[in-house]
Design a protein around this ligand. Structure first.
Ligand code: FE2
Length: 217
């Protein structure tokens, strides 16, 4: 093989590496998986925070990092025709590491983490992409015989689409098996709302991918 061929082959290899993530994203983005709606629950944010960005770890005015396992969540918002939904508002809210919400209706006596943001927003890009940095929330008691597994609440809205309210769960959590909200869903629907934490190269924290489908009006 002469030098010209070697150079051409090495450039092709470099190009393959550079475009691979895009190819993987495109394949994932074209599998329609209906996102089942679930209850909003009683803890949708009502406290007007100064900081509601997509990074729930860096909370304006916090004296220290929040407690808990830091993770990243990302995904694409698409419609039922596999088209990316640009400019969708993705809101998440969740408990802190101890299982407590920053909400006046939460009667849980677990400690509130003053350094955690609890609530954040992300606007999807032109290809429907959104992301958050947060922590794995704690489990919390919902009744005497019911502990809710770690989960993150979602509200996704965009003009021209049906609003979606749902919850995302973590694969491998034993409490998933007995959760009265998750278990209302069919097995197939459960798969759409349970995300697996993985450690992809170059990501500084474990990543959960949660793709969302909105219904176009
Ligand atoms: Fe909840």
């Amino acid at each position: 093989m002469n030098r010209r061929h070697l150079l051409k082959n090495s450039l092709l290899s470099a190009a393959s590496i550079l475009v691979l993530p895009q190819l993987v994203r495109a394949q994932v983005a074209c599998e329609v998986q209906n996102t089942p709606p679930q209850t909003e629950g009683p803890f949708y944010p009502v406290i007007n925070q100064v900081d509601t960005d997509a990074d729930l770890i860096e909370f304006k005015g916090a004296m220290a990092p929040p407690k808990g396992r830091v993770i990243l969540i990302e995904g694409h918002v698409q419609d039922q025709f596999c088209k990316p939904v640009r400019g969708a508002l993705v809101e998440i809210w969740q408990a802190c590491h101890s299982g407590r919400y920053n909400h006046p209706s939460d009667t849980n006596t677990a400690e509130l983490d003053p350094n955690f943001q609890y609530w954040g927003k992300s606007i999807t890009t032109a290809d429907g992409f959104y992301s958050f940095r947060t922590i794995v929330p704690g489990a919390y008691p919902a009744a005497d015989d019911w502990i809710r597994p770690p989960h993150i609440h979602y509200k996704v809205s965009c003009k021209g689409y049906v609003d979606l309210i749902t919850q995302m769960y973590f694969a491998g959590e034993a409490l998933n098996e007995e959760d009265k909200i998750l278990q209302r869903l069919s097995l197939n629907d459960q798969k759409q709302v349970i995300a697996e934490l993985k450690n992809p190269p170059l990501y500084p924290h474990p990543l959960a991918v949660f793709n969302i489908f909105l219904e176009k009006l």
